[in-house]
Write a protein that binds this ligand. Structure first.
Ligand code: SAM
Length: 283
């Protein structure tokens, strides 16, 4: 019996490097659907050949997604089943598919996830930084000024930060990160995950920047950069007396009220005190 149902859009994760990282369910779905929408059909054909799958393919990428979404919805409404794949990993994660999934929901169709690899979760699982809370930031801007501005906005973020980066900008991005978050901030570089030259290195941002800049091989291909969120110790602008006050108030009052009162007493910004208390409660 077929595991594919008529009229369903399947969002199927494919490997991020090692071709064996495909699930049995993904293989079955890709074999049985009526058609596969692929980000780049030339890129996906070798994977499908490797899996012995010859389901018809058509292209759905960022430049034709609007128009192709309407086409896919029509086919689904006519009772066909269609799978969406991207070049690597999970579709929609820094990849096309958002407009299609939205259109399918709007049309009242069923959208079914077929989970598998994604570089961000793969990197997170081995990064050695806090994983209880994280913020996926995707790709930073290619323009230096805009990139620095994006990083500045994340300076006080307490969650682990995750970025995607390509070979063109890896040195520039690490340099900006070390400058803005501080040379000593802990980070992990995950390069070529699941592939032959996989590199996973935890160090300070400055050490990572020097490591990549000093080795041309390390500047090649695909990266995930993970950066420790700002910790309580890094909130060094709060002096001892201010910490004593906010901690005393924080032990007696809700965080919001304690930071408001402490801000009035000490003159420090409420937001900074609030952040300090939140961090302290988490530890
Ligand atoms: N949809 C994919 C996913 O689920 O991870 C991401 C697609 S995005 C266009 C491509 C970026 O993902 C690369 O530039 C890199 O930052 C990251 N990436 C993908 N595969 C990777 C790998 N094997 N090792 C490290 N980073 C990878």
């Amino acid at each position: 019996m077929s595991i594919v149902q008529p009229g369903i859009l399947y969002i199927v994760a494919t490997p991020i490097g090692n071709l064996d990282d495909i699930t049995l369910r993904a293989k079955a779905i890709l074999s049985e659907v009526d058609a596969i929408a692929a980000e780049d059909t030339r890129h996906s054909r070798p994977l499908l050949n490797h899996l012995g799958i010859n389901t018809p393919l058509f292209a759905l990428h960022e430049h034709n997604e609007e128009q192709k979404s309407a086409y896919v919805v029509e086919r689904l409404q006519a009772g066909e089943s269609i799978a969406l794949i991207s070049d690597a990993g999970t579709p929609l994660i820094s990849d096309p598919g958002y407009r299609l999934v939205k259109a399918a929901h709007r049309a009242g169709l069923v959208v079914c996830p077929i989970p598998g690899a994604s570089a961000l979760v793969t990197a997170l699982s081995v990064c050695g930084l806090a994983t209880d809370r994280f913020s996926f930031e995707g790709f930073l801007s290619a323009k230096s000024g805009a990139r620095k501005e994006q990083l500045h906005q994340l300076i006080d973020e307490p969650r682990t930060l995750i970025f995607y980066e390509s070979s063109h900008r890896i040195v520039a991005s690490l340099t900006d990160m070390a400058e803005i978050f501080g040379a000593e901030r802990e980070a992990t570089l995950a390069r070529e995950l699941t592939k032959r030259f996989e590199t996973i290195k935890q160090a300070t941002l400055l050490e990572l920047q020097e490591f990549v800049e000093g080795d041309a091989n390390q500047q090649k291909v695909e990266f995930v950069i993970l950066i420790s969120g700002k910790t309580v110790e890094q909130t060094d602008s709060l002096d001892g007396e201010t910490r004593r006050i906010i901690e005393l108030l924080g032990d007696e009052l809700p965080v919001k009220q304690a930071s408001k009162l402490a801000a009035e007493i000490t003159g420090f910004k409420k937001r900074e005190l609030y952040q300090y208390l939140l961090e302290r409660k988490r530890e």
